[in-house]
Design a protein around this ligand. Structure first.
Ligand code: FAD
Ligand code: SIN
Length: 533
């Protein structure tokens, strides 16, 4: 057996949340191990297009950003979190610039050196961007900085399987080396979950394959509280093309004047919201869903043909080039678009210092539920949230850093009741079933009956998966399926518990708002065996 590796901090995930936490910890002299399930840059972060929201213009204000965030969050945001994130924003942007991120700038003589754009729900131009490849630029710069940092070990193709969590404290993780097919033990004084979201639980998504909710599932199995999982954000505008995976057409395209039209060319957003194309994302996604359901059409259209072609090509080079690859010249004809699952507002419940309900376990980024987004995330607030909470997690873990407890004896990973694996085709079939079921029954518009059916079927699927999970030849796919199915069940349980329609959760059978909204909190069973089942 390989000896367990040990570090001060184990960071699981290499997106903005993981890298920013690791960089901060390394700057304070801690030893850090960063795990990435695939290559370091295979993250949601790399795909972010629109940008990162922060108050950097003299005519903008913290109050206005706070107000917009609270409005989008539909009564469920934690005000102290919103204030902290917005007010710490400019300092965290300064960190990014110090780490080498290059944002698009404007010429001299303007109020801000940066080219600030606008997105849905924002009442001012406050989105910093790097052309339309903001996330790729952030990922590039932070990865380079991390690789040059002392005291940091970056391990790619390492898939965390489960947290090591004796007596309510997290002391590291069991990790599959996917190339070697072996499970390693990584011990740490503090563990940070930065595993991103789980939009792959839906059939159509803007997210890359890594977004399977491993962090959420591991945290649940270890005994951590989770919250608000019913709030799944669907991005209104993804390229509709049979050969294209759901490619995002940034909200910034609407921010620069793009108009949504139906198949007959009629603009329809005025019917749904006074802010039209710049209404909050949940409103726009539901409006498109409603137009598609009433017309029976496959897609609607996003029109920028009225904007100067040279501007469109310069402002959106990546989107323009990708659309061209699929035969759509957006300067000459409207882009066919549909909604797709995009972002998860709920997650592992944390306090203002990124602490979960388990000792020594922190959660940062999309995997965490901080209370910033409430029932609906304001566009471009998530990259900012990840940065602010990365610093908070690092500060808080550093102040509480303690040696591993004397009573703790590391054990090898226990494969449990190992049985012969089922055929690969069954695994693929189960993957498809979970994702299709979630899309059809737990999507943009929900009903009690669909949610009940979804729960029954997911429980059946989880039972099947349990039968063949504990295989000696552990594969990443199987681990992800196990996590995805658990996450699906937790989402449905949250959705059934909320007896109202609020923000991203819209249930035809409970259309009214409740007077005093509360978070949906799920607490795992006390018995570890019951949590693993
Ligand atoms: P990620 O960047 O997703 O990183 C997750 C990491 O965890 C990866 O390294 C992955 O390998 C690792 N991981 C997962 N499971 C395991 C495991 N079991 N073991 C080891 N490692 C694991 N937000 C904005 O604010 N502005 C935008 O403009 C914007 N545009 C977006 C565009 C697209 C197409 C998408 C998909 C999202 C966009 N978002 C945007 C949302 C934002 O990108 C994400 O919320 C954010 O990047 C999440 O960062 P993260 O570090 O939490 O997770
Ligand atoms: C976009 O560019 O539309 C995505 C912004 C976000 O998800 O915050």
């Amino acid at each position: 057996m390989k000896r367990p590796s040990a570090s001060d901090v184990l960071v699981i995930g290499s997106g903005i949340a993981g890298l920013a936490t690791a960089l901060k910890a390394a700057e304070h002299g801690l030893s850090v191990t960063v795990l990435a399930k695939c290559g370091v840059e295979e993250t949601n972060t790399s795909r972010a297009q629109g940008g990162i929201a922060s108050v950097l213009d003299a005519e903008d204000s913290f109050i206005s950003h706070i107000h917009d965030t609270l409005t989008a969050g539909a009564g469920l945001c934690r005000t102290e979190v919103v204030e902290a994130v917005v007010q710490e924003g400019p300092e965290r942007i300064a960190d990014l610039v110090r780490w080498g991120v290059r944002f698009t700038r404007v010429g001299k003589g303007r109020r801000s050196p940066y080219d600030l754009t606008r997105e849905g729900g924002h009442s001012a131009r406050r989105i910093l961007h790097s052309s339309d490849l903001t996330g790729a630029e952030i990922q590039r710069a932070l990865t380079a900085r991390l690789k040059a940092s002392r005291g940091v070990k970056l391990l790619e193709w390492r898939q965390a399987v489960d947290l090591i969590a004796p007596r309510g404290q997290v002391l590291g993780a069991y990790v599959l080396d996917t190339a070697a097919g072996a499970v390693e033990t990584h011990l740490a004084k503090a563990t940070v979950l930065a595993t991103g979201g789980w939009s792959k639980v839906y059939l159509y998504t803007t997210n890359p394959d890594v977004a399977t909710g491993d962090g959420l599932a591991m945290a649940w199995r270890a005994g951590a509280e989770v919250a608000n999982l019913e709030f799944c954000q669907f991005h209104p505008t993804c390229l509709y093309h049979h050969d294209a995976p759901r490619f995002l057409i940034s909200e910034a395209v609407r921010g620069e004047g793009g108009i949504l039209r139906d198949r007959r060319g009629k603009a329809f957003m005025a019917r749904f919201h006074p802010l039209k194309e710049l209404a909050p994302r949940d409103v726009v996604a539901r409006a498109i869903d409603s137009v598609l359901k009433s017309s029976g059409d496959d897609c609607v259209f996003l029109d920028v043909t009225h904007l100067p072609a040279a501007f469109v090509r310069r402002r959106f080079p990546h989107i323009h080039a990708t659309c061209m690859r699929y035969g759509v010249d957006m300067t000459r004809r409207p882009i066919p678009v549909v909604p797709a699952a995009h972002y998860q507002c709920g997650g592992v419940r944390v306090d203002l210092h990124a602490r979960t309900s388990l000792g020594r376990l922190y959660a940062v980024g999309e995997v965490a539920c901080t209370g910033l987004h409430g029932a609906n995330r304001l566009a471009s607030n998530s990259l900012l949230e990840a940065l602010v909470f990365a610093r908070r997690a690092e500060e808080s873990l550093r102040s509480g850093l303690a040696p591993l407890p004397k009573w703790f004896r590391p054990r090898r990973w226990d494969p449990g009741r190992a049985v012969e694996s089922d055929e690969g085709v069954v695994v693929t079939q189960n993957w498809d079933e979970v994702r299709r079921l979630m899309w059809n029954y737990v999507g943009i518009v929900r009903t009690d009956k669909r949610l009940k059916r979804a729960l029954d079927r997911i429980r059946m699927l989880r039972h099947e998966i349990r039968e063949y999970y504990w295989d000696f030849h552990l594969t990443g796919d199987l681990l992800e399926l196990r996590n995805l199915a658990l996450v699906a069940e937790l989402i449905v349980r949250c959705a059934r518990a909320r007896r109202e329609s609020r923000g991203l959760h819209f249930n035809i059978d409970c259309p009214a708002l409740q007077a005093r909204p509360v978070d949906t909190v799920l607490r795992p069973p006390k018995d570890p065996k019951a949590r693993r089942a």
